[in-house]
Design a protein around this ligand. Structure first.
Ligand SMILES: [Zn+2]
Length: 414
């Protein structure tokens, strides 16, 4: 194994060990937990030991700066996130942070660039805890105001603001986390593909042209909880049966011809009282609708809501629909992709331009400065957000080479 692949592996394994021991298989390091802070601290310590200045903003994003030779120039940024979904793999987000660390080591030891380079770990990228993805980068982009931090709530009823305060962060200073566009020249994020196409095609690098948008719905069905033996079938209002019909409707809708390209998933169901001898009285479903086409994404979400209302009506169920999050697809700018393509060619890597089905911090940061993404292959059929998530250290090391080459080329070009 090459030296840089070994270095990548060593860092990935260090992060993988920072996992909640009581959460079952895989890595569990939810956002705004002491474990996520431990991971940020490890990053901070390493980059400080390279002589970089590291700051943690009031809401928990960590930013390390390598000064450039011309202090008047805006920064080139790279980085990703260290939080995970429950029972995750060891690569999603972490690869981009490890890439940033190895890039920092390489660039700090090499010839000084003109631009400052900032190595960033965003907090709370995963939507698993708060329903909304990319919370940390949204605060950097000034897209999450103080009031919203009191309304985003986890499954235990803890608000995002409370979780921040518990970690000595300060939600009242969220405004200070916002980046000024004039301070940033470009941002490039290294990430795993989270799909199987690079591996299937034997291509080493993916360069992202468009990142899917996501509309996230919460549908609450209210029926009548009652005895499963005493209540005849024709006198029931079973919220779970209604929810099951909505799950299958979502699948059928995304598979239908007008929605080719839409991915719709009823990925979370909470059943009350969730007891074998009680007819389910209330079911809350969360549905994630993704698409690279803005209009089709919203139409699919609207159509699912219409059908869910009809299903509830036909079954005598109450229904309430809320929107947990709504993000448009993002087109990433061509000039940054051209730079990453030149860096890939220089590194001798095969590459293809491709969309991203998953959301990423770069999607949000692209509203502050032009952003690009470099994907490395995911193995195991592209499985992600599961313990089986896997990428080769050698492939990641090649991705890091492309990242470093991209930063150098951006430094020369802009
Ligand atoms: Zn990620």
């Amino acid at each position: 194994m090459s030296t840089s692949a070994k270095r990548v592996g060593e860092l990935l394994e260090t992060y993988a060990a920072m996992s909640d021991p009581d959460s079952g298989p895989g890595v569990t390091r939810l956002s705004y937990t002491p474990l996520e802070r431990d991971a940020h601290d490890f990053f901070r310590d390493r980059l400080e030991s390279l002589g970089l200045t590291v700051t943690v903003d009031p809401v928990g994003n960590t930013i390390a700066e390598l000064p450039g030779s011309d202090p008047s120039l805006p920064a080139i940024g790279t980085g990703s996130h260290l939080d995970s979904v429950p029972n995750a793999g060891a690569f999603d987000g972490i690869v981009g942070v490890v890439g940033a660390m190895v890039a920092a080591e390489t660039l700090a030891a090499g010839e000084r660039l003109r631009h400052p380079v900032r190595f960033v770990v965003f907090t709370a990228e995963e939507g698993a805890r708060w329903g909304q993805a990319c919370s940390g980068s949204r605060m950097c982009a000034g897209q999450l105001d103080r009031g919203r931090l009191d309304t985003l709530t986890d499954k235990d009823g803890i608000t995002l603001a409370e979780a921040m305060r518990d970690l000595d962060l300060d939600p009242d200073r969220v405004g200070e986390a916002a980046w000024r566009p004039e301070d940033w020249a470009a941002f490039v994020e290294l990430h795993i593909e989270q799909g199987a196409s690079l591996d299937a095609l034997g291509v080493q690098i993916g360069l992202v042209d468009v990142i899917s948008g996501s509309s996230r719905l919460q549908i609450t069905l209210t029926g009548r909880a009652s005895h499963t033996g005493g209540t005849p079938m024709h006198l029931r209002a079973d919220a779970a049966a209604g929810a099951a019909e909505i799950v299958l409707t979502a699948e059928a809708l995304a598979n239908s011809a007008p929605h080719r390209g839409t991915r719709m998933t009823a990925s979370r169901l909470d059943v009350f009282p969730n007891s074998i001898t009680t007819i389910p009285g209330v079911v809350t479903l969360q549905v994630d609708v993704r698409d690279v086409d803005d209009l089709r994404q919203r139409e699919a979400a609207d159509e699912l809501v219409d059908r869910a209302v009809a299903i509830a009506e036909a079954r005598g169920l109450g229904i309430e629909v809320g929107v947990l999050g709504d993000v448009s697809p993002t087109l990433l700018p061509i000039p940054i992709r051209d730079v990453t393509a030149a860096a890939a060619a220089e590194a001798g890597a095969s590459y293809r331009v491709m969309p991203s089905g998953a959301s990423h911090d770069s999607q949000v940061i692209n509203s502050v400065c032009p952003a690009g993404m470099i994907f490395v292959p995911s193995l195991n059929h592209g499985v992600s957000h599961a313990p089986e998530e896997l990428s080769r250290y050698e492939d990641i090391a090649l991705g890091v080479d492309v990242l470093i080459g991209s930063i150098r080329r951006l430094d020369a070009a802009i």
